[in-house]
Design a protein around this ligand. Structure first.
Ligand code: GRF
Length: 207
C-alpha cells in the first residue's frame, strides 16, 4: 500500500474527489494518509477530518523563507513514509530540493489543456478568464508530474471540456471541475499507485 499525501491551500473539492474515490475502493493500491494545508482554517482540513484522515497544517507564514518551509514539509512527509504527493489546489511554491526529493512522485492538477493557459500566474479563475478571452472552443484539465518548471512536467492525463455560449469564468471553472478535474485526479492517482505510469523523458506511458 502506497502512502499518499494531499497538499491543499483552499476548499479542497479535488481532495474530496480523492477521498470519495478511495471510499468507493477505486484506489486499491494507495491510502490517503495525510492532508497537509499551507494555511490554517481552510475547508479542506475539515474534509480530511470528516473522512478520518490526519489533517496537518504546515503554515508557510510560520517559516522565514521557501527553503525552511519546504524542509519542514519534507520532514513531515518523510516521517509518514509518503510515496506520492498530490497537489490539489496547493498555492505555495515548492523548491528544487523538495521536487528532487520526490522526483516523478509529485502530481498536480491544472484546469486547462497544457500547454495552453498555464505557467506563471495562471491559477484560479485567471485560467478560465484567459481561455474565454482567447475564444477557444475547447478547454479542459491536465494532471501532470511536477518538475522545476511551472506546469512543465510530464503530462499524465488530459480531458477536454467544451466551451458553451454564455460561459462566464465561474461557470467554466465549475464545469471543468465537474467534468474533468474530479475524474482525472483520482484516475491518475490510482494508476500511479498501481505502478502503471512510466516516465520517459517528457512522456508518460500508461503500461
Ligand atoms: C482547481 O481548479 C485545481 O485545478 C487548481 O486549484 C483548484 C483547487 O480547487 N490546481 P479545490 O481546492 O480542489 O476545490
Amino acid at each position: 500500500m502506497l502512502n499518499i499525501a494531499v497538499l491543499v491551500s483552499g476548499g479542497g473539492t479535488n481532495l474530496q474527489a480523492l477521498l470519495d474515490a478511495q471510499a468507493r475502493g477505486e484506489i486499491p493500491e494507495g491510502k490517503i494518509s495525510v492532508v497537509v494545508a499551507s494555511k490554517p482554517g481552510v475547508f479542506a482540513l475539515e474534509r480530511a477530518e470528516k473522512a478520518g484522515v490526519e489533517a496537518l497544517v504546515v503554515a508557510r507564514k510560520d517559516y522565514p523563507d521557501t527553503g525552511a518551509f519546504c524542509d519542514a514539509l519534507r520532514e513531515a512527509l518523510q516521517a509518514r513514509g509518503i510515496g506520492l504527493v498530490v497537489l490539489a489546489g496547493f498555492l505555495s511554491i515548492l523548491n528544487g530540493d523538495f521536487i528532487r526529493a520526490y522526483e516523478n512522485k509529485i502530481i498536480n492538477i491544472h484546469p486547462s489543456l497544457i500547454p495552453s493557459f498555464c505557467g506563471k500566474g495562471f491559477y484560479g479563475l485567471k485560467v478560465h478568464e484567459e481561455a474565454l478571452e482567447r475564444g477557444v472552443k475547447v478547454t479542459g484539465a491536465t494532471v501532470h508530474f511536477v518538475n522545476e518548471g511551472a506546469d512543465e512536467g510530464p503530462i499524465i492525463l488530459q480531458k477536454a471540456v467544451a466551451i458553451q455560449e454564455g460561459d462566464t469564468p465561474e461557470l467554466l471553472q465549475k464545469r471543468v471541475m465537474e467534468e474533468a478535474e474530479w475524474k482525472l485526479l483520482p484516475q491518475a492517482v490510482a494508476l500511479f499507485c498501481a505502478g502503471k505510469l512510466k516516465v520517459e523523458g517528457r512522456r508518460v506511458h500508461i503500461v
